[in-house]
Design a protein around this ligand. Structure first.
Ligand SMILES: [Zn+2]
Length: 346
């Protein structure tokens, strides 16, 4: 869970994480804690959507018009945001509202932004995502796929950028997620309670230390916290330089085929996750070990479901696939073969 959240903080293109687990396993705590570790981004200071001043392709209409008029957009550095989407939220609250009277009388569009506007370029956090209203889920899926939110009322429409990392938590005992929504999450993890008595005692001790003295507790952990923050910032800077060889890409493809996943999204996410893992470890080349770490986070919710079976990754099978892919490539190397490196799609 922690690794998955950190990799998303470094590389938003991993596109989120679904955290499944029983009650009381600190799922929400972990998501809220990641906020303190998130890197800063540069935004247009007075834009409601926090547009990127360097990227006109993702800007809102207003920012584009200002640029076209020759205006210099004011800039500001701020943290990426974690925005809550309450399960009880109405559609208006999520997508925002369009003042239709204003539009008809004066011909100007007045838009009251919703949660999706706030979440642009940040994290959209849905606790108990499996309990979301079907209609809201559809809205989320549309925005997540397009990177924009479109509000339509009586023939008037308004569009703004809505690029967000979707982070959801759920207790599977309370119902499953629709497969379309499941596939939108780059990663998924299953969280269970810890069974080692020593670690359970440590959990209790830390929790009570925090309750007795929250500030003192935070102070004691600040050094460790800051080290992690610096590691994430360094990884973010290194990420664009990380390369991935064709050997590793073939390994990823073999894993996706042999482990029985649908579509190609698993390959893409494994590639991005492997590169991000390399960057997190300060390396400029993704390795087999990075792939192994990526597999755990990427495949769990994408493997074809067998009826009445718990979804688990068969580690022996994975090991065999990885060994097999390596062997095939060792043979391929004895023949003339062009190996190229790619650095796109970070
Ligand atoms: Zn803007």
């Amino acid at each position: 869970m922690k690794k998955g959240l950190m990799l998303n903080a470094i590389n938003p293109k991993i596109s989120g994480i679904l955290i499944r687990g029983e009650k009381g396993t600190a799922k929400s705590t972990a998501v809220r804690a990641i906020a303190a570790l998130l890197p800063e981004i540069e935004v247009v200071a007075d834009c409601l959507y926090g547009c990127d001043p360097e990227d006109i392709t993702t800007m809102c209409m207003n920012c584009r018009q200002r640029l076209a008029k020759g205006e210099t957009l004011p800039r500001l550095r701020r943290k990426m945001r974690v925005v809550d989407l309450p399960v009880s939220a109405t559609e208006d609250r999520v997508v925002g509202t369009l003042d239709i009277e204003q539009a008809i009388k004066k011909g100007e569009k007045r838009f009251e932004p919703g949660v999706l506007a706030q979440a642009n370029r940040g994290i959209l956090y849905v606790d108990e995502v499996n309990l979301l209203d079907d209609h809201i889920v559809d809205v989320l899926l549309d925005s997540a796929a397009m990177g924009v939110n479109t509000v339509e009322r009586e023939g008037v429409s308004f569009t703004h950028p809505a690029n967000f990392i979707l982070v959801g938590t759920m207790n599977p005992e309370e119902g499953e997620l629709r497969p379309q929504l499941l596939d939108r999450f780059g990663f998924s993890v299953n969280i269970t309670g810890i069974l080692d008595p020593k670690l359970r005692v440590e959990v209790v001790k830390r929790r009570s230390a925090f309750e007795e003295d929250p500030e003192g507790f935070a102070d004691r952990w600040e050094t460790a916290q800051d080290e992690l923050r610096q590691q994430i910032i360094a990884a973010k800077a290194l990420l664009t330089k990380v390369q991935i060889s064709d050997d590793i890409l073939f390994l990823i493809a073999s894993i996706a085929i042999e482990m029985g996943v649908d579509g190609h999204r698993a390959d893409l996410i494994m590639m991005k996750a492997s590169k991000t893992m390399a960057a997190f470890n300060g390396r400029e080349e993704a390795t087999e070990e990075d792939v192994r770490q990526a597999v755990d986070l990427t495949l769990l919710h994408r493997m074809r479901r067998k009826p009445f079976q718990e979804q688990v990754i068969d580690s022996q099978k994975l090991q065999d696939v990885m060994a097999g892919a390596k062997h095939r490539h060792a043979c391929a190397h004895t023949h003339p073969h062009v190996h190229s490196h790619t650095h796109s799609h970070t």
